[in-house]
Design a protein around this ligand. Structure first.
Ligand code: NAD
Ligand code: ZN
Length: 363
């Protein structure tokens, strides 16, 4: 990721975790680490990860939090900050996130905050974290008012994405992360989407296709982040599917696990394509291809795929209006002119969105 003096490497592949000790000491000599992880990841993978650090003589403390979105909270954040201080970590030391997007966002915000900023290393263990949340420097926690509303930009010094860690990931989480992989093809790289149409099964199975999919996704994200670190322009394209997706997540309550982030994104991507088609921006053929691909990956694509009662249109419209992507009362959406051709559309007519959603809610 090219960010001048704050540039960093993303190392990707099966087994890169085992060289972590050497890789880290080469970049942050003498640093001690506070490893923030969740209890599930700790149970499955922490011992082997620590062995590698021990072998390289890297001192560390482990700070596990309960698995799940609820840990992205003020109380857990406070407790972690205090534990890092209790462990006497100093500014030259580092916080290491060993887990999915929840752990990465939380640990990154701890790293951004303690002593006004400590070095930060990401060892993402979910597909979503490897292709998306570990790259780009967005960190934070949730507020009662909504997801990710408290946070900071804090870039990591290094990202180690060991694709073998994904072998233990539950299917549902793998599929959810895959929605973000597809997103990169759909927003700006039609050739990558076509490659996924051919190689999807290999990505799920593991092996060379998985490594390539993670690498191409990280490259896509790195390019956008390098061009627009603080989301003034191009970076907004990464929100394809997320305006609708976040509204759905918020409306169904992101603590219930009726809908995980990537599932909301999959439905959100479909809604963005269908809404664009409705505006006459792209052919129905493209909409059908995207739907076929997401469905084949086992992802939900319709509002009616969400289990339980659907949120009323007013609740969805309220969440859309509260989304961070709204500024000065204008609705901003990422729309598409075709596969691989997303663009930012400001001033979208709320009445058109409402009518569209009302119709989709009954399908
Ligand atoms: P997560 O961190 O909750 O992980 C999902 C589940 O998988 C958890 O139960 C976890 O314990 C388990 N797990 C993790 N690694 C595992 C492994 N290797 N084997 C078995 N189980 C494993 O969720 P996530 O989907 O990784 O991330 C979602 C979070 O990421 C959300 O909070 C979202 O807001 C955030 N996010 C942040 C950014 C960003 O740019 N910062 C981008 C996208 C999403
Ligand atoms: Zn996302």
């Amino acid at each position: 990721v090219q960010l001048g003096a704050r540039s960093y490497d993303i190392l990707i592949g099966r087994g890169v975790m085992h060289g972590a000790g050497r890789t880290i000491s080469a970049r942050l000599p003498k640093a001690r680490l506070a490893i923030i992880t969740d209890e599930t990841v700790a149970r499955l993978h922490l011992e082997r990860f620590r062995d590698g650090l021990d072998a390289a003589g890297i001192g560390h403390v482990c700070l596990p939090v309960p698995a799940g979105e609820r840990s992205k909270s003020f109380p857990v954040f406070q407790s972690l900050c205090e534990q890092v201080l209790d462990a006497r970590l100093e500014r030259g030391d580092a916080i290491l996130a060993f887990g999915g997007g929840v752990v990465g966002d939380l640990a990154g915000f701890v790293a951004a905050s303690v002593r006004r900023g400590m070095s930060f290393i990401q060892v993402p263990t979910t597909l979503l974290a490897q292709v998306d949340s570990s790259v780009g420097g967005k960190t934070g926690i949730n507020a009662p008012q909504g997801k990710n509303l408290i946070g900071a930009f804090h870039q990591p010094a290094l990202v180690l994405a060991d694709t073998a860690l994904l072998d233990t990931l539950p299917d549902r989480d793998f599929r959810a992360g895959y929605a973000e992989v597809v997103k990169y093809g759909l927003l700006g790289d039609a050739a990558f989407f076509e490659w996924l149409e051919v190689n999807r099964q290999g990505v799920f199975r593991g092996g060379a296709e998985r490594d390539e999919a993670v690498a191409r996704s990280c490259q896509a994200k790195a390019d956008v982040v390098a061009a627009d670190e603080l989301e003034g322009g191009r970076r907004a394209l990464l929100n394809l599917g997320h305006t609708f997706g976040h509204a759905l997540e918020a409306a169904v309550d992101y603590h219930t696990e009726r809908l995980v982030h990537g599932e909301g994104v999959a439905i959100g991507i479909m809604l963005a394509f269908e809404f664009s088609a409705r505006l006459g921006l792209l052919p129905d053929l493209d909409v059908g291809r995207v739907k076929h691909h997401l469905t084949g990956a086992g992802l939900p694509t319709r509002l009616s795929d969400i289990p339980g009662q659907l949120p009323p249109v007013d609740v969805l419209m309220d969440s859309i209006a509260q989304d961070k992507k709204v500024s000065r009362g204008e609705l901003t959406f990422i729309l598409v002119r075709g596969i691989g051709q997303a663009f930012v559309e400001r001033g979208v007519d709320p009445a058109a969105v409402r009518a569209f959603l009302e119709e989709k809610l009954t399908q």
